[in-house]
Design a protein around this ligand. Structure first.
Ligand code: NAD
Length: 491
C-alpha cells in the first residue's frame, strides 16, 4: 500500500479523535442557538419526512436486501409509522414547546412559575438492524423536534439501510446539526467515548450495559430500548381463530419474529393447548402456504450468526420431539419456517433467552391464573399480552404483570398508539418515546420561578427571633391559625 493510500485510509478511519472533532463541531454549531427555533425544528422534521416519502422505493429495496422484508411490512412499519410520528410532531410541536405555567407556594408569595422545555444539546442515537429505518429516524426526529443537534449511528448488520440513511440525511437535512456515522463496534466505541447530552440506544441488553457504562463516565443520561421475553397468555374462553391470527400477525408478520415486542412464548392451559395449536396451524397455512420457506411474506433471518443461534435453540436435546409444526430450515437462504413447540421445559435453551426469530414455544399450566406468577418469575418483559374475556383475569393481569407495555386481546398494536409511551422497564430498558414522549426524551424541563421586588419579607433574614421561628413552623405546616397567632404574638 502506498503512503498516500495509507494516509487516505487513516483519514477515513473513524476513531476517537474524529469522533471528538465531530462532537466539538456540533457543539459549537448548537451554541449558535439555531436549533432552538420552532422554524428550524419544523424545517428539519419536514425535510426528514420528505426524505422518506420521496425515497419509499429505495427504502423498500434496502429492507429487501438487508432482511428480505416484505414490502407491505416496510410500508406499514418502517415508512408509515415514521410518517405518523412526523405528522404528530408537525401538528403538536408549537404546543409542546410552550412553557407550562404552574402554581407556586405561599412561601414564595408573590411569585409566578413555569416549566420551560429546553433542548439538551448534542445527542447520540444508536440504532438496531431489525427495523433499521424506523428505529433510526424515529428517535432522530424526536431529538430534532426537541431542538437538539444529533448524530445517528445506524446498525452495520443492515448495511443497505445504513448507507441509505447516510445518503438521505446528507441530502435532505441541515448537516451543521444532523449527521450520520456508519460503522460497527469500533466506530460506536469511539462515539461512546465522547461526552453527549443524551444517548438513545436501541438493541440488546449486553450492549445496553456497555452504553450505560460509557455514559456514566460523563454522567450522560440514557434511554435504553432493549428487548426480553414477551409472553402471550391465552385463556380457553376466547375465539381461538381470532387469537391465532393476532398472534401470527405479531410474531411472523413482524419481521418473522425478529422484533422486540414480538410474542416470545405462549402460556395456555393443558386443555386449551391442542385447540390453540390446531388454530395456529390452520391459520399459519392460510398465511404462508404449505411451504413457508418459499413464502415472499416472511423475512429471512438477518445473518448466518443469528441463523446458527436459532438453530442451536431448536437442536437443544431438551426440546427434542417438542416441535408440533414447522422446524424446516434453509441455511443457504437463511430461512426458518414458522415453528411451534409444545410443552417445552422451562430450563431449555429456548426459554432461557429472548428468541428473536420464528420459533414459538408453548408452555402449559393447569389454571390460566398461574401464568401471572410464571411471567413474574422471569425478568420484566418489554411487552405482555393476554387473550381472555374474563374481566377479573384482565384486571389481575394489568395490576400484577410489570412490563414495558400490556395489550389485552391482541399483540403489538399498542406500539402504534402515539399517546402511549413506548419503552421498557427493568431489564427491558429505561426511558420511553413515541409522540410527545419522544419530545420529552430529548428535552430538559427547566424550572423557572419569577419574583418581583415586592413582598420582601423580613422573615427570611436574621436575626431569627422566636416569632419568626413560630411563623415559619406555621407556614411550613400550612396552618392558617398558627400564622395569625405567630403574627400577633398569641401563644
Ligand atoms: P445490533 O446488532 O444492530 O446492535 C445495536 C447497536 O449496537 C448497533 O448500532 C451496533 O453497532 C451497536 N453495537 C453492537 N455491539 C457493540 C459494542 N460491543 N459496543 C458498542 N456498540 C455496539 O442489534 P441487536 O442488539 O442484535 O438488536 C436486537 C436486540 O435489540 C433485541 O434484544 C431486541 O429485542 C432489541 N430491540 C429493542 C427495540 C426496542 O424498541 N425496545 C427495538 C429493536 C430491537
Amino acid at each position: 500500500m502506498s503512503v498516500e493510500e495509507m494516509q487516505s485510509q487513516k483519514r477515513n478511519v473513524f476513531d476517537a479523535e474524529t469522533a471528538s472533532s465531530l462532537v466539538k463541531e456540533l457543539r459549537d454549531n448548537f451554541g449558535s442557538g439555531r436549533t432552538r427555533s420552532y422554524e428550524w425544528r419544523v424545517s428539519q422534521v419536514k425535510a426528514l419526512l420528505k426524505a422518506v416519502v420521496d425515497n419509499e422505493e429505495q427504502i423498500v429495496d434496502a429492507l429487501r436486501s438487508d432482511l428480505a422484508k416484505p414490502p407491505l411490512e416496510t410500508i406499514v412499519y418502517e415508512v408509515g409509522m415514521f410518517k405518523n410520528s412526523c405528522e404528530v410532531i408537525l401538528k403538536e410541536l408549537k404546543q409542546w414547546m410552550k412553557p407550562e405555567k404552574v402554581k407556586t407556594s405561599i412561601r414564595t408569595f408573590p411569585s409566578s412559575a413555569e416549566i420551560v422545555p429546553e433542548p439538551l444539546g448534542v445527542v447520540l442515537v444508536i440504532s438496531a438492524w431489525n427495523y433499521p429505518i424506523l428505529l433510526s429516524l424515529d428517535p432522530v426526529v424526536g431529538a430534532i423536534a426537541a431542538g437538539n443537534a444529533v448524530v445517528l449511528k445506524p446498525s452495520e448488520i443492515a448495511p443497505a439501510s445504513s448507507s441509505l440513511l447516510l445518503k438521505l440525511i446528507e441530502k435532505y437535512c441541515d448537516n451543521s446539526f444532523i449527521r450520520v456515522v456508519e460503522g460497527a463496534v469500533d466506530e460506536t466505541t469511539a462515539l461512546l467515548q465522547q461526552k453527549w447530552d443524551k444517548i438513545f440506544y436501541t438493541g440488546n441488553g449486553k450492549v445496553g450495559r456497555i452504553v450505560m457504562t460509557a455514559a456514566a463516565k460523563h454522567l450522560t443520561p440514557v434511554v435504553l430500548e432493549l428487548g426480553g421475553k414477551s409472553p402471550v397468555v391465552v385463556d380457553s374462553n376466547v375465539d381461538l381463530q381470532i387469537a391465532a391470527r393476532r398472534i401470527i400477525s405479531g410474531k411472523w408478520g413482524l419481521n418473522n419474529g425478529q422484533a422486540c415486542i414480538s410474542p416470545d412464548y405462549v402460556i395456555t392451559t393443558k386443555d386449551c393447548a391442542p385447540k390453540l395449536v390446531d388454530a395456529l396451524k390452520t391459520e399459519l397455512e392460510k398465511c404462508y402456504g404449505k411451504n413457508p420457506l418459499e413464502s415472499e411474506d416472511l423475512s429471512r433471518i438477518v445473518t448466518s450468526n443469528h441463523f446458527a443461534r436459532l438453530s442451536k435453540l431448536l437442536d437443544d436435546d431438551k426440546v427434542a420431539g417438542k416441535i408440533v409444526y414447522g422446524g424446516e430450515k434453509d441455511e443457504k437462504k437463511l430461512r426458518i419456517a414458522p415453528t411451534l413447540l409444545l410443552d417445552v421445559p422451562r430450563d431449555s435453551l429456548i426459554m432461557g433467552e429472548e428468541i428473536f426469530g420464528p420459533l414459538l414455544p408453548i408452555i402449559t399450566v393447569n389454571k390460566v391464573e398461574e401464568s401471572i406468577d410464571l411471567i413474574n418469575s422471569g425478568t420484566k418483559p418489554l411487552a405482555a399480552y393476554i387473550f381472555t374475556t374474563n374481566k377479573k383475569l384482565k384486571e389481575q393481569f394489568v395490576m400484577n404483570v410489570p412490563a414495558g407495555g400490556l395489550l389485552v386481546n391482541d399483540t403489538v398494536l399498542h406500539l402504534v398508539v402515539d399517546t402511549l409511551p413506548f419503552g421498557g422497564v427493568g431489564e427491558s430498558g429505561m426511558g420511553a418515546y413515541h409522540g410527545k414522549f419522544s419530545f420529552d426524551a430529548f428535552t430538559h424541563k427547566k424550572a423557572v420561578l419569577y419574583r418581583s421586588f415586592a413582598g420582601d419579607s423580613s422573615l427570611r433574614y436574621p436575626p431569627y427571633t422566636d416569632t419568626k421561628l413560630r411563623l415559619m413552623k406555621a407556614l411550613i405546616g400550612g396552618r392558617f391559625l398558627g400564622i395569625i397567632r405567630a403574627l400577633f404574638g398569641w401563644s
